[in-house]
Design a protein around this ligand. Structure first.
Ligand code: PMP
Length: 277
C-alpha cells in the first residue's frame, strides 16, 4: 500500500512518523474520509471545504492548495489502484517537543492513504441494531478533529451490548452516532439534528437531504428526542462508509417492525443512482 506522507509517495513500511508529532501527543489535527467510487473521489469539494473549515477553527493553515491536495489524493487512488474504497487524510499541527502551547514555525504534517472498501451491502439491506448512549463529547462536534476517544468508546459500548452502533443523545436530544449522522422518519417526513456545533456536518447527510428534496420527501432539520426516536416510523444513519443504512432496532426494541422502511429504501435507491453517475 502506498501512502502519501509529507509530499512523498511511499510504501507504508517506509513512512516514518515522529514521536513528537502533535497528532500523537494531543490528537491535534484535522482529518477527512472520502469515498472512492469507480476510481473517483466522491464529493471531493465538500470534503475539502470541511477540512479547511476545521483547520481554520483550530488555527491551522494548510500548506497545500486545494488543487495540490486533490491532485495528490487522486494520484494516491491511482497508485493504489482503488476503484471502490476510501481515502483517509489527516493533517496534524506538526512536530515539536511536547507542550500544550502551539509550536512556533512548525509545519502541518500530512498523511494520507487509499484502500479498498466495499459498499456495506448486507447492512444496507438488513439494517443495523443500535443502543442509545449519553453523548459525552465536547461542544465542537462540528469539527472533524483527530480527537475521537469518545467516539471510539461509544462504538465499543455498542459492540459490548451486542449492537452495531450507538445513537448518542444529550439530555434526551438525539445528536448523531459514533461515526455517522442519525435521522428519523415520522408521517413521511425526515427529521435530523440541525447542522450546528453538536454534530458533524456530514457530507452524506447533505447529499441525503438534497436527494430527499429532489424526491419530494419533506425534511426538517430540528432536534428530536429519544421518545421521538422510539416512536419513529423509520430510523436511518448516513455516513461516507455506511451511505444510507437503516436502523432496525433501538435498545432492543424493533423500529418499523424490525424492517427497513420505505422512505429509507427510496433514499438508498436515489443514493445508489447518484454514485452511478
Ligand atoms: N458524524 C460523525 C461523528 C462522523 O465521524 C461521521 C463520519 N466520519 C459522520 C457523522 C458522517 O459524515 P460523512 O457523511 O461526511 O462521512
Amino acid at each position: 500500500q502506498i501512502y502519501w506522507y509529507q509530499n512523498q509517495f511511499l510504501p507504508k513500511d517506509e513512512v516514518r512518523i515522529s514521536p513528537e508529532d502533535r497528532g500523537y501527543y494531543f490528537g491535534d489535527g484535522a482529518y477527512e474520509v472520502i469515498r472512492v467510487y469507480h476510481g473517483k473521489l466522491f464529493e471531493a469539494d465538500a470534503h475539502y471545504d470541511r477540512l479547511v473549515r476545521t483547520a481554520e477553527a483550530i488555527h491551522m493553515t494548510l500548506p497545500l492548495s486545494k488543487q495540490e491536495l486533490l491532485d495528490g489524493l487522486n494520484e494516491l487512488v491511482k497508485r493504489n489502484q482503488v476503484q471502490e474504497g476510501t481515502v483517509y487524510l489527516q493533517y496534524t499541527r506538526g512536530i515539536a517537543p511536547r507542550a500544550h502551547s502551539f509550536p512556533q514555525g512548525a509545519e502541518p504534517v500530512l498523511m494520507a492513504y487509499a484502500g479498498d472498501l466495499k459498499r456495506p451491502l448486507a447492512a444496507m439491506e438488513n439494517g443495523i441494531r443500535t443502543v442509545t448512549m449519553d453523548d459525552i463529547r465536547w461542544l465542537r462536534c462540528d469539527l472533524k478533529t483527530l480527537n475521537l476517544l469518545a467516539n471510539t468508546m461509544a462504538k465499543q459500548h455498542a459492540l459490548s451490548q451486542g449492537a452495531d452502533d450507538v445513537i448518542l443523545h444529550r439530555q434526551g436530544t438525539v445528536t448523531e452516532c459514533s461515526a455517522s449522522n442519525a435521522a428519523i422518519v415520522k408521517n413521511g417526513r425526515i427529521i435530523t439534528h440541525p447542522a450546528n456545533h453538536l454534530i458533524l456536518h456530514g457530507i452524506t447527510r447533505m447529499v441525503m437531504l438534497r436527494l430527499a428534496e429532489r424526491l419530494g420527501i419533506p425534511a426538517e432539520e430540528r432536534p428530536f428526542t429519544l421518545d421521538e426516536l422510539q416512536a419513529a416510523d423509520e430510523v436511518f444513519i448516513t455516513g461516507t462508509t455506511v451511505e444510507v443504512t437503516p436502523v432496525v432496532s433501538v435498545d432492543g426494541l424493533p423500529v418499523s417492525g424490525g424492517q427497513p422502511g420505505p422512505v429509507t429504501r427510496r433514499l438508498q435507491e436515489a443514493f445508489s443512482e447518484a454514485i452511478r453517475s
